[in-house]
Design a binder for this molecule. Sequence first.
Ligand code: ZN
Length: 233
Amino acid sequence: MRIAVLSDIHANLEALTRVLRKVYESEPDLIACVGDIVGYGPFPNECIDLIRQQCAYVVLGNHDGGAVGRVPPKSFNTEGRIALEWTRGKLSASSREFLQNLPTSLISYNATFVHASPRSPQDWEYVATLHTATEMFEHFSTTYCCIGHTHIPSIVSADGTVNSIREGQKHLINVGSVGQPRDGNPRASFALLDTETTAASIIRVEYDVSVTAAAIRQAGLPEFLAKRLQYGI
Ligand code: ZN
């Protein structure tokens, strides 16, 4: 089973559209999304509609939860809170209902899908170091566990190897962010994995950052949210 996994779209429609085009070129059997469809960006309903149409599996991200009252506002930074307030005012009834009913984790085709960590999906912890990553392996039993949340892509094997696939081992894959990469590379990120041949890769996609930045400014969202896209921070 070849699965394309997207995360942290953050209402960036331009990035999502480009990524989906690239995903179709790789002809996966299915597409999964590990959360944060909304928050920070200017097109929440449009991105939710596309994800609903295209993804076989979707799990809740902390910003998705924040937009519908499932995650408290105090757990977000200032820009995040302002953007979530704005997002709440924009969500259609059908978008709200969709986010309200998303599960926090899913297991299918030898892969676990969760936004932040398999150890405690609803605590939104950051798997930001190799040490923390290695602690995750006792919390999933599938060959792959796909996460997002840090917006920094990586592939970690159970033996601590980074960014290569080890035959017969479990792998923790941070698929990176479609709509707000933070690894100093502004290109959108997603992962492609094959559950039969044990292959996985991170794919980067160029998109027109200025289109999203202009829409963020036009929506009156914080300037930093427009600026950071240009630098991938
Ligand atoms: Zn995020």
